[in-house]
Ligand binder design. Structure first.
Ligand code: EPU
Length: 338
């Protein structure tokens, strides 16, 4: 382990944006991380912990220290008649962890197949797809407090999970480095095939009694057909969150835009499909310089090559403005803007 100066972050962010970090260190063991935490007074410095870099937009060089968490390992912690508790270290690639679960016939994360990023970042924004969120299988996590170097445990309640939200994006932001996450997985598959696209694809393929492997394969096929592969076209998945608005406001919008897409959310609120609104504003598939909104899924902004972070951010603000003009709703980024 050594600290590098003025390092390009292009390979470390899935948008493929060129930006430099003043200092960069990759840790592969807990001991290495402890050395960094105890010697560098992290709470007094500008620090960013990076996993797969799949949820950030770098709009400028980073004038601080990047800690890339590559601590790996997957361990069975305990089991009972119905469940197995599996602890994955933060530097495991999320999809590889999902594949481990499927290989061992452990249900719960199959709907979350092929989500880019690392295990350690997954609870930060409560990743979700196709009717499942990480909170549904989350047991606990361990994190190092940067100020004290102490290892602290977080239960599900401590994490304050919400839609693409957790304590780590709010009051605990920048205070902890997540080192491991423990999941409670099911031995007897309780499958979630409620999401329309999954149900339809399974039916089309004549699958009557789906296994967790069949669901994972289906999710992978749907994602590949809709979402651009970051290795081919730089992107960070959905750029914006789907906004939640009061049911009454949604009812009024429905009168004006009968085709508007919304789903029941928390009490009295409707979650509106931001992708649908962005498409109505004419952005879907539109290219602006080196960036644009993806042709198959307008919620995803892409880097056609050589885009700067500020160019993508400018496009995002223009899209946000259009949606506000047409629908009166301010859509918020899901991606972390750095
Ligand atoms: N839609 C459009 N036009 C578009 C995109 C979507 O009309 O350009 C409509 C679709 O037809 C559908 C609705 O909007 O009726 C929802 O679309 P989709 O099923 O593609 O899901 P989403 O709400 O756009 C969310 C997550 C994705 C996740 C999918 C599937 C957010 C911000 N995004 O997208 O997560 O994969 O559901 O569960 O919640 C991510 O977070 O990076 C991500 C990709």
């Amino acid at each position: 382990m050594f600290i590098q100066q003025n390092i390009s972050l292009r390979e470390c962010n899935t948008f493929g944006i060129e930006a430099n970090a003043r200092e960069f260190v990759e840790v592969t063991t807990l001991d290495e991380l402890n050395v960094i935490v105890s010697n560098f007074n992290l709470s007094e410095r500008k620090v960013m912990v990076l996993g797969g870099g799949s949820n950030i937009l770098l709009t400028q060089d980073f004038d601080g220290m990047i800690i890339k968490n590559s601590i790996k390992g997957i361990y069975v912690v305990k089991e009972d008649a119905d469940h197995v508790w599996v602890k994955a270290m933060a530097g495991e690639v999320w999809h590889e962890f999902v594949m481990y679960c499927i290989k061992n016939n452990l249900a719960g994360v199959e709907n979350l197949s092929l989500i880019p990023g690392y295990v350690g970042a997954a609870p930060m924004q409560n990743i979700g797809a196709y009717g499942v969120e990480i909170k549904d299988v989350f047991d606990s996590l361990e994190a190092i407090e940067m100020e004290t170097g102490e290892i602290t445990g977080f239960t599900k309640a401590d994490c304050k999970f919400g839609y693409r939200e957790s304590i780590f994006k709010n009051e605990a932001k920048g205070k902890y480095i997540i080192i491991s996450v423990t999941f409670r997985l099911n031995k007897n598959a309780e499958l979630n095939v409620s999401y329309g696209a999954i149900k339809q694809t399974l039916e089309k393929n004549g699958v009557v009694k789906p296994t967790i492997k069949a669901i994972s394969d289906t999710v992978i096929a749907i994602r590949k057909s809709k979402l651009p592969d970051p290795h081919v076209l730089g992107n960070a998945g959905s750029f914006f969150k789907n906004p939640e608005i009061p049911n009454e406001q949604f009812g009024k919008l429905k009168e004006k835009f009968p085709a508007i897409v919304g789903y029941p959310a928390s009490d009295g609120f409707t979650k509106v499909a931001a992708g649908w609104m962005i498409e109505q504003c004419g952005w879907k598939g539109k290219r602006v310089g080196n960036t644009g909104s993806h042709i198959e899924q307008s919620l995803v902004l892409v880097n056609y090559g050589g885009a700067t972070g500020s160019e993508i951010w400018k496009l995002a603000l223009d899209i946000q403005f259009s949606v506000k003009e047409m629908f009166g709703i301010i859509i918020q980024p899901e991606v972390n803007i750095v």
